[in-house]
Design a binder for this molecule. Structure first.
Ligand code: PLP
Length: 377
């Protein structure tokens, strides 16, 4: 059996999305910037998609800027805050995705303050407020859900603090768009980021939601596409795929949540029963944790550095985080950021609407066989 439990890395595309994209490739190949009928038709297709997406998240069409995905959207939010809005200080955490983390580390023309996170990855709101009291033009960049450990942000509290202290708020919503109903008015952020391939859409397309009060100069220079905010001929096929994927995800989002959360809760309880001394990185409370991600911290066993490889041999695709499991020399910055014991083997299992109970049972058997084979001496 082959089981794909690496949906936080990317998801299989929905057949309806493939159909919608195939139709665009066949029928709408004009350049959206061309003034002839082919071009105007392609432009129309993009604007219909933009309106659909903005409607789904409570935004205005002009607040959606299409990008090549989540990484570019995160980069663009930070660039806009610093270069266009005069931000001189960014507050973030050490557990953000590298699309944010690498943008703010090292020598920068702005100061960076890292807000403390708990051992489950929860942002310390009292510390955030303390940092915000330092009167500087500030961007707070905090991800809605951590992609490695699934911990959710109390975005309403963060948004209220940002408003109180006049700070801009960016949230990387790459792991939550298409999985929760995101409404920009309820979220209260100035920038939100989206990546289609995390919810059964295509890779290489996403968007940045930018509150209409912001000024945005382009990160990618070229033509005047995206109302001058991003040069380059639009990825019309991807844009249509993104709109279709978000529409499908939103159509049955609550059922999807319930179904996937049930699989995750089952896996947690089975692991607790079957694997002595098993633990979980991040929160397990469904209110505080992304229902698609489960990061398991296993007890040491003889072949612990081979965990992902052995699971892969068994047909189970998941991902690691710490040096011993992923082969990376530096290990997971997220696990380090929450002070986890990275000597213990860990694996991130991430689910989607296509995951079945049969697959979870197969994975549990595989884990049991591998982890309980020979205990560490
Ligand atoms: N932010 C988070 C939280 C992610 O999980 C990812 C993808 O892994 C990204 C940003 C980057 O998105 P993309 O792959 O579309 O560039």
């Amino acid at each position: 059996m082959k089981v794909y439990l690496d949906n936080a890395a990317t998801t299989p595309m929905a057949p309806e999305v493939i159909d919608a994209m195939t139709n665009v490739m066949k029928e709408h190949y004009g350049n959206p910037s061309s003034t002839h009928a082919f071009g105007r038709e392609a432009r129309g297709v993009i604007e219909v998609a933009r309106r659909k997406i903005s409607g789904l998240i409570g935004a205005e069409p002009k607040e959606i800027v299409f990008t090549s995905g989540g990484t570019e959207a995160d980069n663009m939010a930070i660039s806009c805050a610093v270069n266009d809005m005069g931000v001189t200080r960014v507050i973030s955490t050490t557990t953000e995705h590298h699309a944010v983390g690498h943008c703010i580390e090292g020598d920068q023309p702005f100061k960076v303050d890292y807000v403390r996170v708990s051992e489950t990855g929860m942002v310390d709101l009292a510390h955030l407020e303390e940092l915000l009291q330092d009167d500087q033009k500030t961007l707070v960049s905090l991800m809605h859900a951590n992609n490695e450990i699934g911990t959710l942000l109390d975005y309403k509290a963060v948004s209220a603090l940002c408003k109180k202290y006049n700070a801009y708020f960016h949230s990387d919503t790459v792991q939550t768009m298409g999985h929760y109903t995101v409404d920009v008015n309820d979220f209260g952020a100035d920038f939100l980021t989206c990546s289609a391939h995390k919810f059964h859409g295509p890779k290489g397309i996403g968007f940045l939601y930018v509150n209409k009060e912001m000024k945005v100069s382009p990160l990618i220079h070229g033509g005047s596409q995206e109302r001058g905010m991003r040069g380059g001929t639009e990825n019309i096929t991807g844009i249509v795929g993104l709109a279709k994927a978000l529409e499908l995800a939103n159509a049955d989002i609550l059922e999807h949540q319930e179904q996937v959360q049930a699989l995750k809760s089952y896996m947690i309880s089975q692991l607790r029963e079957r694997i002595p001394d098993v633990n979980f990185h991040g929160e397990t409370d469904p209110e505080k944790s992304l229902y698609t991600v489960l990061n398991v911290c296993f007890p040491p066993f003889e072949n612990k550095s081979m965990l992902l490889f052995l699971l892969d041999l068994d047909g189970v695709a998941c991902s690691g985080g710490s040096a011993c499991t992923s082969g990376a020399s530096t290990g997971s910055h997220v696990l380090r950021g929450i002070g986890a014991d990275t000597n213990r083997p860990n694996a991130r299992f991430s689910f989607s609407r296509y995951t079945t109970m049969e697959e979870i049972n197969y994975v549990l058997e595989s884990i049991e066989k591998i982890v309980l084979a020979v205990p560490a001496s």
